[in-house]
Design a protein around this ligand. Structure first.
Ligand code: NAI
Length: 377
């Protein structure tokens, strides 16, 4: 089977998410790193791409040059990853979809709900895949949790409780550090700080495992460091279409919490617990029974969890391999095999609607509001 051709925009040297994409895309020999515009500084981007093995004529200075260069090539890229800062996602994603190139866009997919709906429409019209990198949903034991819920193993889901809270912006003396400050500045980050950055991963996870969509929400936002215009802490209560009750806490000032992403799903006949800092284990308690640890790679897992377990049981599998699972599902999807766990533009626009609704609700003292994007009402 010939490799698919892959390109990347953003994710330059020293970026946070760039290495996870390069490891993920190339982990299974499914994609060849063929084109790139990696940096907002053209020369650095060209130079770094060539150091990573991209041919000189496809190591571009910016995304417009890359689009023009790739569009008419016979061997053009099959997929482009957009790993630039948030405000650029919409324009780049739309342009590549319209050129007939599949996209994996980083979260948040867009800055507004309208832009998100436009991406859904463009993907539909062009027939291209637009995936969004909710990569935590591709950990094998998260897939196991979703499959157990679908198989009725914990009964109807009553309650989902999730946190994505870390303490890495909790030092008030570091609040003016440019790498931190922009995240709480509306001119750079948009309408929301911590909720749009981390909270939407947790909200997506709640929908993903419980196999349901967020319908309404009520939010309380706080800027615990006074110089911050946008929230660094948020509590969001929500209800899902099937009646499930949801609770979500996200924070960047929770000193002592490191990655701090976990979820508990409570059904009528059992409960599940998963945490990103121990991603190989899923904790399961049947009602009236003993708590059990289900381990990645063990026998008897649901098919999707088994398929996405890579190395032998008890060897750690981490973040880059979860990203690799997204690329595996994308490769299958590009070749025509539907993968229903793959997060797409529909998930991206649902997140944007939740962000804007949470901002509005927080301004109205936590009033309950419809959190669905207009196209899904
Ligand atoms: P970063 O600031 O560390 O790196 C951004 C990179 O993009 C830099 O190399 C920069 O030179 C390049 N860049 C900026 N503008 C560009 C342009 N117009 N064209 C080409 N390259 C450009 O940012 P980070 O943390 O890597 O975040 C990037 C995106 O990934 C964000 O949207 C963020 O929300 C998302 N992200 C997602 C994560 C996940 O778990 N899915 C985790 C971390 C970030």
């Amino acid at each position: 089977m010939t490799k698919l051709k892959w390109g990347m925009i953003g994710g330059g040297e020293g970026s946070q998410i760039g290495p996870a994409h390069r490891l993920g895309a190339q982990a299974d020999g499914l994609f060849e790193f063929s084109a790139a515009a990696l940096d907002h500084r053209p020369e650095q981007g060209r130079e770094y791409a060539q150091r990573l093995g991209v041919a000189a004529d496809r190591a571009y200075g910016d995304w417009q040059e890359m689009l023009a260069g790739e569009k008419h090539r016979e061997d053009r890229i099959d997929l482009v990853t957009v790993a630039t800062p948030n405000a650029t996602h919409f324009e780049i994603t739309k342009a590549f979809l319209e050129a007939g190139i599949n996209v994996l866009c980083e979260k948040p997919m867009t800055m507004t709900v309208e832009e998100g709906e436009e991406i859904v429409r463009v993907a539909e019209k062009t027939g291209q895949i637009c995936a969004v990198n909710y990569c935590y949903s591709a950990y094998p034991m998260v897939r196991q949790a979703r499959a157990m819920v679908r198989a009725g193993e914990i009964g109807k889901v009553r309650l989902v409780v999730t946190n994505f809270s870390h303490g890495h912006h909790g030092d008030a003396t570091d609040a003016d550090n440019p790498r931190v400050r922009w995240r709480y500045d509306p001119a750079m980050a948009g309408v929301s700080g911590q909720f749009a950055d981390c909270g939407i991963h947790a909200l997506h996870m709640a929908s993903f495992i419980s196999d349901d969509e967020v319908e309404t929400l009520s939010a309380d936002f706080a800027s615990t460091i006074a110089s911050r215009e946008l929230e660094d802490d948020a509590m969001v209560n929500f209800r899902m279409s099937g009646g499930t009750v949801g609770r979500l806490w996200t924070s960047s000032v929770a000193i002592g919490r490191q990655h701090g992403f976990d979820i508990q799903v409570f059904g009528e006949t059992g409960g599940l617990r998963w945490a990103s800092e121990q991603p190989n284990q899923l904790i399961y308690t049947p009602v009236g029974g003993r708590t059990q640890i289900i381990e990645k790679g063990e026998g008897g897992l649901h098919e999707d969890a088994q398929r996405l377990s890579r190395v032998a049981i008890a060897h750690p599998e981490g973040f880059p391999l979860a990203v690799a699972n997204i690329y595996c599902d994308l490769a299958d999807a590009i070749r025509g095999e539907t993968r229903d766990g793959l997060p797409t533009a529909s998930d991206g626009v649902r997140s944007m609607a939740a962000v804007h609704t949470a901002v509005a609700s927080a301004k109205e003292n936590g009033a309950w509001m419809d959190a669905r994007p207009p196209i899904f009402r």
